[in-house]
Design a protein around this ligand. Structure first.
Ligand SMILES: Nc1ncnc2c1ncn2[C@@H]1O[C@H](COP(=O)(O)OP(=O)(O)OP(=O)(O)O)[C@@H](O)[C@H]1O
Ligand SMILES: [Mg+2]
Length: 239
């Protein structure tokens, strides 16, 4: 069974159709990358999946309609701008989410460790850098140990070593724990870290395929090039 099943999804925001007829089936227990330029609709797709967006069409998540209260415990959502309390420490922020989800003592420290902030649990989040704050926000999503993680640009602004470590973490969560991950990025060089890619452009789904299949299909050697070729050869999005 697919973890996420979307059909005929249309979304209007600010009086404009920002998602147009999206059909998408996201497989269970793998890492799916949601890629596309700024404004293409990545965050909006995620908001639909986690139940925060009005839409037309059908969005089924783990066999239920998106937004059903029972799904809250199953999905960890990391928003694009960090959802954290600046006047609390990193430990208190993550501890709050741990308590909300009935996680044992020690789970907050573990999650903070996972995002590479082991020695920073006591620091006020308001005094942290943007990248650190976003990692605290990620730890808040991880600490609940949900079946599905929806992560909106989790690696933006991070150095290459941290990015590599986080992608290893995402891969191990899907490989070892069977977690389903949907991870957005507007950086094409993160594409090869994913099992499958969903490419969006101007609210439309341009392609959904494994990275090597996309390269083979377009005859491109890099994902950026593949993306450009797809745009050129897909009439309704080339305008
Ligand atoms: N609250 C809003 N009111 C009006 N328009 C909106 C609103 N939120 C988003 N939009 C528009 O919807 C479109 C899709 O936005 P979305 O945030 O989903 O894009 P994105 O792919 O996540 O971009 P980015 O990479 O910059 O985060 C954009 O054109 C944006 O301007
Ligand atoms: Mg976004």
């Amino acid at each position: 069974m697919a973890a996420i099943e979307i059909s005929g999804l249309d979304v209007v925001r600010g009086g404009r159709l920002v998602l147009r007829g999206i059909d998408l089936s996201v497989a269970d227990s793998i890492v799916t990358g949601l890629l596309g330029p700024s404004g293409s609709g990545k965050t909006t797709v995620m908001r639909c999946i986690v139940g925060l967006q009005r839409y037309e069409g059908s969005v089924q998540v783990l066999g239920r309609e998106a937004g059903e209260p029972l799904l809250r415990r199953e999905i960890g959502y990391m928003t694009q701008s960090p959802s954290v309390y600046p006047d609390l420490s990193a430990g208190a922020n993550v501890g709050y989410h741990a308590a909300l989800h009935g996680r044992p003592r020690g789970s907050a420290a573990e999650a903070i460790d996972m995002v590479g902030l082991a020695d920073r649990g006591g620091q006020l989040v308001g005094t942290m850098s943007g990248g650190e704050r976003s990692r605290v926000s990620l730890a808040c999503a991880l600490v609940a140990e949900p079946r599905m993680l929806v992560l909106d640009e989790p690696t933006v602004g991070l150095d290459p070593v941290l990015r590599r470590d986080l992608w290893q973490l995402f891969r191990s969560m899907s490989g070892e724990r069977g977690v389903t991950l949907l991870v957005s990025s507007h950086v094409m060089d993160e594409a090869h870290r994913c099992d499958e890619l969903v490419l969006l452009r101007e609210g439309r789904l341009l392609a959904h395929d494994a990275p090597d299949q996309l390269l083979a299909r377009t005859g491109a050697s890099e994902m950026e090039e593949a993306f450009l070729r797809l745009i050129e050869t897909t009439p309704e999005v080339s305008r």
